[in-house]
Design a protein around this ligand. Structure first.
Ligand SMILES: [Zn+2]
Length: 258
């Protein structure tokens, strides 16, 4: 795991932002936001009735608005309460030419006290948190997958494999901001075999923003001001990531040099 000292990061950011390209000359960097679950798949439920699919949608709208205000372009894998198979979400990002893919979820645990945020990038092997992976991968559904062929599965892994380092960098940038700006307890950056991240031909992460199973965090998620803070944190993380990578990595592995 790469952890650069904060001072160094700040210096890089300043250097990169002093060379911000003319917005008219370049298309805006596009971020595909993926609100988890939808339709019949509610995801996890809070004790007071908040559904993960609804909270994720509200968070995605808030993040999208902040990103647009910061000069990025936001796109969505779903904009209403419909179910999109996991495999189609990364594909939508690829088809849209997105520069980043961010899947938004809420965590759940048996212990009500569990709290905080976790940011994941893809693990090609075994993950660090089997319970979370089982919950989030359940939405792939039987017969909707591309895991039915070994070749498709390998190709999907290869697509994201080229971006793992960048995905980790993005995850670290966003986790740091969630901790700092949104005041959410940091649980760290982790790697796990999330189906939704496979096949994404761009840096891709999954954010478990907070624990919907924790009554205090469930209350927070219902609060527009809290969601705005989360959105601000993710937007600052995205901006930092692009600053560090000097404008981002544009689908280099798939399309090759122009
Ligand atoms: Zn979820």
């Amino acid at each position: 795991m790469i952890r650069l000292p904060g001072v160094l990061l700040a210096t890089f950011s300043l250097l990169a932002w002093s060379q911000t390209p003319n917005p008219a000359a370049e298309p805006r960097l596009k971020v595909m936001l993926d609100p988890g679950h939808g339709g019949d798949d509610s995801g996890a439920n809070g004790a007071k009735g908040l559904k993960e699919k609804s909270a994720a949608m509200e968070l995605a709208r808030a993040v999208g608005a902040k990103l647009e205000a910061a000069g990025f372009q936001a796109a969505y894998t779903r904009e209403n309460d419909t179910f999109i198979p996991l495999w189609d979400r990364a594909k939508a990002a690829n088809d849209n030419g997105a520069d980043l893919f961010i899947s938004l979820h809420l965590n759940a645990a048996h212990t009500k006290a569990a709290r905080g945020s976790e940011v994941f990038f893809l693990s090609l092997g075994k993950g660090e948190d089997d319970e979370v992976v089982a919950a989030e991968n359940a939405g792939a559904g039987a017969g909707q997958g591309r895991s039915d062929t070994v070749l498709a599965s390998i190709l999907d892994d290869l697509a994201q494999k080229a971006f793992l380092q960048d995905s980790e960098r993005l995850a670290v940038a966003i986790q740091g901001q969630l901790n700092r700006l949104a005041g959410i307890k940091e649980r760290g950056v982790k790697q796990a075999p999330f189906i939704v991240l496979r096949g994404a031909a761009m840096p891709a992460i999954l954010v478990e923003v907070a624990f919907i199973s924790n009554p205090r965090e469930e209350e927070k998620l219902k609060d527009r001001a809290f969601r705005a803070k989360v959105a601000e944190a993710i937007t600052v993380g995205v901006r930092r990531y692009f600053a560090e990578t000097n404008g981002g990595v544009r689908r280099r592995a798939v399309e090759g040099p122009d």
